[in-house]
Every structure is written in structure tokens, then in C-alpha cells.
Design a protein around this ligand. Sequence first.
Ligand code: NAD
Length: 295
Amino acid sequence: MKKVGFIGLGIMGSHMAANLAKAGYEVWAYDIVPAAVEKAAANGCKGCASIQEVAENNDVIITMLPNSPHVKAVVLGAGGVLEFAKKDTLVVDMSSIAPAASAEMQKACAEKGVRMIDAPVSGGEPKAADGTLAIMVGGEEKDFEQAKEYFDVMGSSAVLVGPIGSGNTCKLTNQIIVAVNIAALAEGLMLAERAGADPEKVFNAIKGGLAGSTVMNAKAPMMLDGNFKPGFKIDLHIKDLGNALDTGYGTGTPLPLTAEVMQMMQVLKADGMGQNDHSGLLKYYEKLTGSEVRR
Ligand SMILES: NC(=O)c1ccc[n+]([C@@H]2O[C@H](COP(=O)([O-])OP(=O)(O)OC[C@H]3O[C@@H](n4cnc5c(N)ncnc54)[C@H](O)[C@@H]3O)[C@@H](O)[C@H]2O)c1
């Protein structure tokens, strides 16, 4: 049976590891939270007690962790992957992190003869569960080709975007476009409401035109219902926009719209709404105006 290591068994990683096990791989699974390892074992994975156990026994190791510091700790830290990995191991980091962190880790890995690619995903928990994630990859072509069999199990598309870090650059691009779109949608619907037009009728009138989008179709109904159950949490989007802004500073790229939406999200977080869906950006406008946009 073909083996693969998997570190980080949270909302996304638990499903991805389970899908690999279902596809016939022996998945050596580890998380810092023992209950997550137990759940993975119940889903057909081989529960591991340490990163060492995963790294010593696998030639391919997938990581799915919250942010750059967590991946650095797992890959470069004491007791981490690089301490125990065999030469020529391939580390496939599927977390959404800063592109510069991916490049830094790949360099450290290369010094020890270990290969690394970044492969963040889009699609959220439902697509992690049914194995239809969109996977954005940065790294060497031959490493991408080697990882493709795993991507085929976890996702419905995997695109090699460019060198190491490019997968995360692609993901940040996606996150900027989504965040700014949601804010524009909230702003527009609030104007409709306050100017006396029915926001639901406005949505129906414009969704087929140039302003129409996947974001509009997914998020306008949530806004009109006042349903801000995640979905994708404001806290996670703040993490991604933070990485986008850092990347902007690092490359001398102005990101005025990203910075503005980041401030809106920070207001909502300070107001206790960090766990809401990002369609909750509407609440920012409701706070500003005292008006509510509802069906
Ligand atoms: N949730 C989503 O909808 C979604 C969608 C697309 C991308 N993502 C991205 O995927 C990544 C993972 O997201 P998630 O929702 O699964 O997060 P999560 O917080 O549910 O899972 C992360 C897991 O990593 C584990 N972990 C943290 N530090 C560790 C360490 N040192 N060693 C071992 N395990 C450790 C945690 O215990 C947790 O189980 C994030 O970068 C996120 O931005 C999430």
C-alpha cells in the first residue's frame, strides 16, 4: 500500500486525509490535538504520536496548518519535519500562508536535500469533504507531477502557477478579489435600501448583468436573510488579507482596497463577529448607517 504523511487534521485536513485513506493510501496522520488524531484513525488513517513518526516513514508529507508560523514550526522547528525527513522527501504544504514564508522554507529544505511545494486550496469544508477542492500550486514541475496523484484525490483541479510561493500568491489574489467584491456588494445593497429600492429586487435585476458574479450569487442571499453563519470566517479572511498586505509591503505594491476592507473586518472582529461568515461585512455598513438590509 502506498504511504503518505499528513500533518494538520483540522476542518480541512481531517477531510483531505480521510479522502486519501478512502482512496487506498496508508495515511500517517498527526495533529498537535490528540482528539484530531483519534478522529483521523476512525476515518481509516494511521494515527501518529509525533511529527518524527510521520517524517521518518514517508517520502511525501502533506501539511494543512493555519498560518506561516505554524508551518514553519512544523517544517523547520525543533522536532519538525526537516529534523527527521529522509533525503529527497517531498513536502506539500497545502496551508494558506505568506508566499515569502513558502520560499524561505523551500530554501531551508533544499539545503537538506528535501523538496517542497506550496499548494493552497479554495473551496472550503464542503469541497474538502467531497474531494473537489481547487488547488493552486507553486514549485518545480517534476514535484508538481509527483504530487498530482494526491491532488487528484483531494481536488477537482490542480494548476501549477509558477515557482515556489506562487500557489500562495494565487490564493492571496483570490482572497483580495473575493473580499473587495463582498464589500462592494454590501455597500451597493445598503445604498439601495436607504434610497428606497427593495434590495432583493435590486439583486434580481442586476445579477445577470456586468455586476453579477459568483460572489454576488453566494453572498447576496445570505445578506438578505441576515444569515452570517460560516462559510468562510472573517477571522480567516483577516489572516489572508494580512498576508496579502505583508506581500504588498514586501514587493512595493500598493493595495488600497485590500487595506480598506481589512479595516472593516478588524472593526467587525473587535465587535465580536470574527467567527461570522465574511458576508457579515454587511454588518459594518449596518453599523455605520443604523439601517438593515433584509428581504
Ligand atoms: N476552513 C476553510 O474554509 C478554508 C478554506 C480554504 C483554505 N483554508 C486554509 O486551510 C488551512 C487550514 O484551515 P482549517 O480550516 O483546516 O484550520 P483548522 O484550524 O481547523 O486546522 C488546523 C489544524 O492544524 C493543527 N495544528 C496547529 N499547529 C500544529 C502543529 N504545530 N503541529 C501539528 N498540528 C498543528 C491544529 O490543531 C488544527 O487541527 C488554513 O491556512 C486556511 O486558511 C481554509
